[in-house]
Design a protein around this ligand. Structure first.
Ligand code: NAG
Ligand code: NAG
Length: 671
C-alpha cells in the first residue's frame, strides 16, 4: 500500500487505482511529468512530460519504459486460476522520422513477465523486444502491439507501415496497414511516420477471448470499428504478475518515438485521456508533415552568415570595384540568392587559393581548404573550370536542390559561386579527407575492419537515401572511394553528388568528358550512356570490393595471379572456395569473417552485368544490416569462366569506354 500512497501523493497528474484482487486496477497519465515509470536505454521523460523512447539521428538504439507496479492479470476465481482477465488501455503516440519516407524502426506496447527485458534484446527489426535467442519461445510470455515502420522480410512484415499483434515473437498473428473508419463510413489510411499524433486503443475481452486494436488520429474519437479484431486467448501468455510497457528502437534509419499519454484499466473500460492536457511535441526542426527536409534549420545560420557577409562586401564593392573579384551574375540567379557565395569570401577563405590549402585534385577540379572569414566555418571549396553557360541555369537549380539533401553520410553542399570560366562549389569540410588515401597510400594509417565496415554501411545508406529517400530519385553517378570523405569520427560521407551532370548540360570541348570513373562504370552504361540507380549499385559494388580488398577496381599492374579487374579476381577466388584470399593483406587476420564474406559476396552481386539482376540499394542496406539473408551466389549470372557475364559480354568490353582511358582513370584518383 505504501507505493500506492506514494504515487498518489507525488504524482498529481496520475490517478492510481487500488490493486486488490478482482477489483479494478488502472492508471491514467495525461503526460508523464513525474510519472512512476522505469526507463532504460534511450528512453527519457522530457521537461514538459513527453515520454521519448528514442531520438532521431541515433543508430541501433533502444528505449523502454515500464509501469513500475505489477498487474495481476490472471483471474483467481477462474477454475484453475489461469484465465486472463479483461483489460483496456489507450495511448497517444507520435513518430517523427529522420527522413520523411523512411521510418526506423517502430515501437510497441507490450505486456511481459518482468520489469525489464533480457539484456540481449536487439534493435532494428527486433523492436527492442526480442533477440535471436528468444524469438518465438512460449517462455517469453510477451504480448505486444507493434507500430512497425520498417519492413522486415524475415518476419513476414506486410509493408513498412503496419500495426501488428505479436505473441512471443515478431511474426504478427494479425497485422494491417493503419487506417480508421471515419464517421462518414469511409476508411481512411494513416501513415505511422506522418509526425502526427495518433491514438491507439487495445481492448481485450477475457470472457469471449477477443482482442481489438483500434487506431485514429488524435482528436478523432474512438472509431466504432477496430483496425484489428481477432479471437485470441491471452491466458497462456499471461502470468499472474505482469508488467506493462513500451519499447522502441532505431536501426540504420531512425525516428523519434514519443508517447504523450497513457491510461490502463484491468477488468473495465479504460478512462479516456484528456487530450488537451497532453504535452506538446518539440516544434523545432523535426516536425515534418508535408515539408521535405529541415534544410533551412540547418543551413539558416550559414545563409545568415553569408547574407551578412554579402551585405558588408556589397557596400565595399561599391566603394572600390575590384576586378579581381568579379563574378558572373544573371537575373535568374536571384532565386538562388541564399545559396550564392561571394567570390571574395571564398578567395579570403582559401588565402587566395594558395597551393598550401590544396586538399586534392579530382576529376572535376581542384579542392581547397578554407575558413569563411566571418562565420569561421571550415569549408572545402571546389574550383571547376567551366566555360559553357549553356544549361547553367538548370545545373545551378539542380545543384541547389540537390544541395538541400541532408543525410549524415552525405557531404553537405553549402552553396556555389560563379565567375567567368569558373564554377565554385562550397562544401562542408571533411577533416580526414578522402577514403582512397587511407586505402591506397602506404604512408597513411590503416583503417581497421570495423571502420571500413562502418564506412561501407554509411555510404550504402546515403545511396539508398539518394535513390529512395527523397521525392525525386537522385542518381549519384560517381560512387568511388575518392568521392567518399571521412569526417572527424571516420564516418564515410559521399560527396560530389549530381556533379557529373555539369557535363551533361552544356557541351564542354576543352574538358575531359569524365562522367563516372572507369572500373566503376556499369557495362550497360557505355552502351546507353544513361546513368540510373542500378549503375550506381554497380559502382557501389566496385567500391565495396575496393574497401575490402584494399585494391583499386582496375589495376593494370596487378601480379599474374591477381587479375587486372578486381571483380574477376574476387569471383575466381570465390569459385575456388577461397573468397577470403582477396582480403586486404594490410588487415592481416583482424576482421570479422562473416561481415567480410558478406561484403565481398555482395560486391559480386552488385557487379552483375545485367542491370536488373543487381540488388537495389534498399536490398543492399538490408543485406548489410542482416535484415535480409544474402541471396545464394550460385544464382549469380557470372559464368565461372571468370570474365564472362551471362549475356556473353566479357567484362573487358567496358575496359575501353568512349570517354575514358586507363591513364585518365589513374589521374582522377584524387578528389
Ligand atoms: C489504403 O491502403 C490500402 C492498403 O494499403 C490500399 O489498398 C488502399 O487503396 C488505400 N486507400 C486509399 C484511399 O489510399
Ligand atoms: C471488438 O470489436 C467488435 C466489433 O466492433 C465489438 O463487437 C466487440 O465488442 C469489441 N470487443 C472489445 C473487447 O472491445
Amino acid at each position: 500500500m505504501f507505493s500506492v500512497f506514494k504515487l498518489t501523493v507525488l504524482f498529481l497528474l496520475a490517478r492510481i487505482g487500488v490493486a486488490s484482487q478482482g477489483e479494478e486496477v488502472g492508471f491514467i497519465y495525461n503526460g508523464f511529468g513525474g510519472a512512476d515509470l522505469q526507463l532504460d536505454g534511450t528512453a527519457n521523460i522530457t521537461s514538459n512530460g513527453l515520454l521519448m523512447l528514442t531520438k532521431v539521428n541515433t543508430r541501433q538504439q533502444q528505449g523502454h519504459a515500464f509501469y513500475v507496479n505489477p498487474i495481476h492479470f490472471l483471474d483467481p476465481s477462474s477454475p484453475d486460476g489461469a484465465v486472463a482477465l479483461s483489460f483496456s488501455t489507450t495511448f497517444v503516440f507520435d513518430i517523427v522520422p529522420e527522413f520523411t519516407p523512411l521510418g526506423g524502426h517502430g515501437m510497441a506496447f507490450f505486456i511481459g513477465p518482468t520489469r525489464g527485458l533480457p539484456s540481449d534484446v536487439q534493435a532494428s527489426q527486433y523492436l527492442g523486444l526480442f533477440s535471436d535467442s528468444n524469438l518465438n519461445k512460449s517462455e517469453n510470455h510477451i504480448f505486444a502491439v507493434e507500430l512497425d515502420t520498417a519492413q522486415s522480410l524475415v518476419f513476414n512484415d506486410i509493408n513498412d507501415n503496419h500495426v501488428g499483434i505479436d505473441i512471443n515473437g515478431l511474426v504478427s498473428v494479425a497485422s494491417a496497414p493503419p487506417s480508421y473508419f471515419h464517421k462518414d463510413g469511409q476508411s481512411k489510411n494513416l501513415s505511422l511516420i506522418s509526425g502526427e499524433s495518433m491514438q491507439v486503443w487495445i481492448d481485450y475481452d477475457g470472457v469471449h477471448k477477443h482482442l481489438n486494436v483500434t487506431l485514429a488520429p488524435i482528436h478523432v474519437s474512438k472509431p466504432a470499428l477496430p483496425l484489428l479484431s481477432i479471437s485470441l486467448d491471452l491466458s497462456p501468455v499471461m502470468k499472474d504478475s505482469m508488467f506493462l510497457g513500451f519499447s522502441s528502437c532505431t536501426g540504420h534509419v531512425s525516428s523519434s518515438h514519443y508517447v504523450l499519454g497513457w491510461s490502463f484499466k484491468l477488468n473495465g473500460q479504460t478512462e479516456e485521456l484528456n487530450l488537451d492536457q497532453l504535452p506538446k511535441l518539440p516544434r523545432q526542426g523535426q516536425r515534418r508533415t508535408n515539408q521535405k527536409l529541415p534544410i533551412l534549420i540547418i543551413v539558416l545560420p550559414i545563409i545568415a552568415a553569408a547574407l551578412v557577409l554579402a551585405t558588408i562586401f556589397g557596400i565595399q564593392i561599391i566603394i572600390k570595384r575590384k576586378r579581381n573579384f568579379a563574378e558572373v551574375h544573371e537575373e535568374w540567379e536571384l532565386d538562388f540568392g541564399p545559396h550564392r557565395f561571394k567570390y571574395k569570401d571564398l578567395y579570403v577563405a582559401t588565402k587566395g587559393f594558395k597551393h598550401k590549402e590544396l586538399l586534392g585534385i579530382g576529376g572535376f577540379g581542384r579542392v581547397y581548404r578554407g575558413v569563411l572569414p566571418t562565420s569561421k566555418i571550415e569549408v572545402a571549396v571546389k574550383k571547376i573550370s567551366h566555360e559553357s553557360t549553356q544549361g547553367m541555369r538548370e545545373f545551378v537549380a539542380e545543384i541547389v536542390t540537390v544541395g538541400q539533401l541532408r543525410h549524415r553520410n552525405l557531404v553537405t553542399l553549402l552553396g556555389y559561386c560563379r565567375r567567368k570560366g569558373e564554377f565554385l562549389l562550397v562544401y562542408e569540410c571533411m577533416p580526414n579527407g578522402s577514403l582512397d588515401k587511407f586505402l591506397f597510400n602506404p604512408s597513411m594509417p590503416v583503417l581497421n575492419w570495423s571502420q571500413r565496415f562502418q564506412i561501407i554501411r554509411g555510404v550504402a545508406s546515403a545511396l539508398f537515401y539518394l535513390h529512395e529517400g527523397w521525392e525525386q530519385v537522385v542518381v549519384h553517378r560517381d560512387v568511388k572511394s575518392s568521392n567518399v570523405l571521412l569526417d572527424r569520427e571516420f564516418n564515410g560521407r559521399l560527396g560530389d553528388f549530381g556533379l557529373a551532370r555539369l557535363y551533361d548540360h552544356g557541351t564542354e570541348p576543352q574538358t575531359t568528358h569524365v562522367v563516372g570513373t572507369l572500373g566503376y562504370l556499369a557495362p550497360e552504361f557505355s552502351r546507353t550512356g544513361k546513368p540510373n540507380t542500378s549503375t550506381d549499385v554497380f559502382a557501389f559494388g566496385a567500391f565495396m570490393l575496393e574497401v575490402a580488398c584494399g585494391r583499386r577496381p582496375i589495376n593494370p599492374r596487378a601480379s599474374a595471379d591477381q587479375d587486372v579487374v578486381l571483380v574477376d579476381w574476387v569471383f575466381s577466388c570465390w569459385s575456388k572456395g577461397a573468397i577470403l584470399d582477396t582480403v586486404d593483406p594490410k588487415l592481416g587476420i583482424n576482421y570479422v569473417e562473416g561481415e567480410m564474406e558478406l561484403v565481398l559476396k555482395l560486391g559480386l552481386l552488385c557487379s552483375n552485368g545485367v542491370p536488373t539482376a543487381r540488388p537495389t540499394m534498399r536490398q543492399v542496406v538490408q543485406y548489410l544490416e542482416g535484415e535480409l539473408p544474402l541471396t545464394d551466389l550460385s544464382s549469380l549470372t557470372l559464368s565461372d569462366s571468370g570474365l564472362k557475364f551471362v549475356d556473353g559480354r566479357s567484362f573487358d568490353d567496358f575496359l575501353v569506354t568512349p570517354s575514358s582511358s586507363v591513364s585518365e582513370w589513374t589521374l582522377s584518383g584524387g578528389r
